[in-house]
Structure formats: C-alpha cells, structure tokens
Design a protein around this ligand. Structure first.
Ligand code: SF4
Length: 444
C-alpha cells in the first residue's frame, strides 16, 4: 500500500528590486526548499507569502508598500523581508497584520519566521534533516553558537581577519534552536562564540519577544532563558567583563552550570598589554574570590600561552604565582607559535624554543598539582554526573561532573553502572581521584 505523505506548506514569493535582492530571494527559497517547503506561483495556493522589498529610492519604497498591501489583500499571511526591514515600525503601522518583518541578509530570521507561520508537518520523508539540524556531537550534548566574529584584536590571533567583527544572533533564534535541540534529546548545551561576554553589543542588546516576554540580546538574559530550557547549560569563552558577576548568582541558583571557561592567556600586565588582550585588569584574583563566595562550587577553566615574545622570567614567575593563588580548576596551556598574518609575529624578543618548553613543563606540573589537590577534596561527596558512555560488559560507565566540559576537561569513571544510559544525569558518590579524573559509583 502506498504511503500517504502529508502535504508540505507552500510559500509564495514576491521579489522586488535589484539583482542583489534577487540573489537573496533565491537563497531564502533554496533554504526553504531544502527544509521541505513547496513553492506557490500564486497567492491563492500559498500558506504564507514572502515579500522581499527594495527601499533604494522613494519610488521603490512605494512599490514595496503596494506589493505588501496586495499580498495582504490577496492572501493575508505575509512576511516582509529585504531593505525595508529597516523601517519595520512604518510597515507595521500601515499593515498591522504582517506576521514578521526582517531585514536584508537576515536569512536565519526570515526562514525562522516561515517555520513559525507555516510549520512543517512531522514526517520522516519530508523532514530529511531533523528539526535540530545535523549534529557531529552525541545526542545528549550540543554546541550552541550565539555569535560570529570578534571586536578584539589580540596580537596572536587572526580570527577577526578571517571572520570579521562581532555579529550576534537574535536571542529568540538562539532560544528556538535550543528548544529544538532539547526536544531532540540534548541534555547539555555548550554555549560558544569568540567572546560570549560581548554577546549583543553589536545589536545594542536589542530585546526580542520570546514566549510572551522580552529577552535582551545579553549574556545574562540569554543564560537565564537557556537555563529554563536545558537541564545543563555550560558557558564557554567568557571574558571577565564586569557584567559576568551577574551570571554567578544564576549558577548558585542551579539555572546555569557552575562553570566558567575564561581564556586568561596570561597574568603579567606587560605580557597582556603586548598581547592586546581584552579585560586586562588587575582585580581578576579578587573577582575570582568574589565568585567563589557567591557560588562555592564554581569550576574555573582557562588557557594560557607561554613564551609569548618579550615574556621574561619575571613575567613567567608572576604567572606561576598568580596561578598558585587563583587555584583554577582546569588549565590548558600552549607554547606560543606564530600564526601567519598575526601582528605578534613582528614583536621583538622572541623566546627561545628550549625556554618555552621548560616554562610549559613547569606550568603543566603546577596546574596538575593544583588539579589533583582540588579533585581530592571531592572524594566522599555526591556529585551530579552526566553519562557519556556505558560498557554493559564490564558494568562500568564514563561521565562528567558539572566541572567537566566534554573533550577538554576530566572525566568521572563509574563502577556498578551498567544499568545507566548515555545522557542520564545521576548522583554519584566519589570514591577516589587522580590528577585529572574522579572515580565513583552511582547512588542507588
Ligand atoms: S583571541 Fe579571542 S578575543 Fe582575541 S581577537 Fe581572537 S577571537 Fe577575539
């Protein structure tokens, strides 16, 4: 017997203006087609009509407004995109019934608006790509990118040259993606960007409606909302700007994991200055103490570069003393190496390779000792652990505590855990520790 497929929604498109706008229309339609939508050549057959506007001249604006009016009269379900998206208020004032207004090149927003206005019926043959997209990570954790590019110009980095300045995603688009990921089985969201603390600066923290209330494009608001969607939310690449203090209470409340990944890179002021690092301020140690006072379980992870041009033995000793005092939970280190195109390559006083190696070994030995001491204090405690792998034959399992991000931090090795499933979050009694990992058994 033939399978009866549900018919996918149909999208009509009115494309006005120049060839650039036409290319935008083609990109939008290509994405919608790959999402399973059908196209409609007339208003009557369309479930929703997109009007891609032009606002170059007054006459073009008038033509765009007429086209919106015609689409509303003929179909009634209209989404406006293109150059006139800059005049969203004027469009809404004249046509209060438009479903959404998005600007030029905002492909993600316009495609999201179509999905909202005319959702695809769930069916395996129509939805070739799962709602949450194709993932390279296991089902129970997902990376969630909140912005692209970076406004800083660190001397050793070419990311701004490759990816441009910061461009933040809309908060509602991020939250919708988070919801889809959680519906598809994600338990842990790993928030990533080049600079998570700077999220929303480029769009002046412009708020968007989300489930009946406004959410600002700001790290704190986003973290709070994500915490309501996913069981575990982990923040990566956070620079210690003053407003980071506001997310620590969310960690103490349990909305966001008590984990901060802050790439400090160094502690010596002269090296940080040569690196042109953001948030290069002296009070970081005090702030770490303040965070621990609010949220005693907070795990702080960081990365450091040793052997940056001009780094003296005194600079390096300062870093070692700083690390001893900061007692970071997780530390990764790199020996400086020039990246083609990075301004740091032109700096004087390169550090000899043998000195870099020796400093790297000293730093790794110190941070391994700190890590071992900190992990030893967890023996005897009961911690929440997310399960990454189960070995039914041995009855063992591997997971991570709230202090461990996948791939980069330590693990928790479990015995008597063959009954658990990947993605379970379970209470584990910690029985032993070493320099990087914990060992324990699930609490019945
Ligand atoms: S290191 Fe990070 S903060 Fe600095 S320029 Fe590169 S991406 Fe931006």
């Amino acid at each position: 017997m033939a399978t009866q497929l549900p018919s996918p929604p149909r999208v009509g498109m009115v494309s006005l203006g120049c060839p650039k706008n036409l290319v935008d229309s083609e990109r939008i339609l290509t994405k919608l087609r790959s999402d399973g939508y059908q196209m409609s050549a007339d208003y009557a057959g369309a479930d929703v009509v997109l009007v891609n506007t032009c606002g170059f001249l007054d006459s073009a604006k008038e033509e765009s407004l007429e086209a919106i009016g015609e689409a509303i009269a003929e179909n009634g379900r209209v989404i406006v995109t293109g150059c006139m998206g800059k005049e969203a208020e004027a469009i809404r004032a004249r046509f209060p019934d438009v479903l959404a207004v998005t600007g030029a090149h905002q492909y993600e927003e316009v495609v999201g608006a179509v999905h909202e206005a005319a959702p695809m019926p769930p069916h395996a043959f129509l939805n070739l790509v799962p709602e949450a997209g194709l993932k390279l990570t296991p089902r129970h954790y997902s990376y969630l990118k909140i912005s692209e590019g970076c406004n800083h110009r660190c001397a050793f980095c070419i990311i701004p040259q490759l990816r441009g300045d910061l461009v933040s995603r809309r908060p509602d688009a991020i939250l919708r993606e988070a919801e889809k990921l959680v519906e598809a089985g994600t338990k842990e969201l790993l928030v990533i960007s080049q600079d998570t603390s700077a999220y929303g600066v480029d769009i002046r923290h412009h708020p968007r409606m989300w489930h009946g209330h406004e959410v600002r494009a700001h790290m704190t608001d986003l973290a709070r909302e994500l915490g309501r969607i996913a069981p575990w939310v982990r923040l990566h690449y956070v620079y210690p700007y003053p407003h980071v203090d506001q997310v620590i209470p969310l960690m103490a409340e349990g909305l966001v994991l008590p984990y901060l990944d802050i790439p400090f890179q160094h502690a010596s002021r002269s090296v940080l200055k040569a690196m042109r690092r953001p948030a290069n301020e002296a009070r970081v140690l005090e702030r770490i103490k303040g965070w621990r006072a609010v949220c005693p379980d907070i795990a702080i992870r960081s990365t450091f570069v040793v052997g940056f041009p001009g780094e003296t033995e005194d600079d390096f000793k300062y870093l070692m003393d700083w690390l001893e005092e900061a007692q970071l939970d997780r530390v990764g280190a790199f020996r400086f190496e020039p990246v083609e195109g990075a301004p740091a390559n032109a700096l004087p006083d390169p550090v000899p390779e043998a000195v870099k190696e020796e400093r790297y070994a000293r730093l790794m030995a110190l941070t391994a000792r700190i890590s071992a001491d900190k992990l030893a204090t967890k023996v005897g405690r009961t911690l929440d652990v997310i399960i990454d792998a189960v070995d039914a034959t041995s009855g063992g399992a591997t997971g991570r505590s709230t202090a461990d991000a996948p791939e980069i931090d330590g693990e928790v090795h479990l015995r008597d855990a063959g009954h658990l499933a990947v993605g379970d979050i379970v209470a584990v009694e910690i029985e032993d520790s070493d320099a990087h990992d914990l060992f324990g058994m699930p609490v019945a």
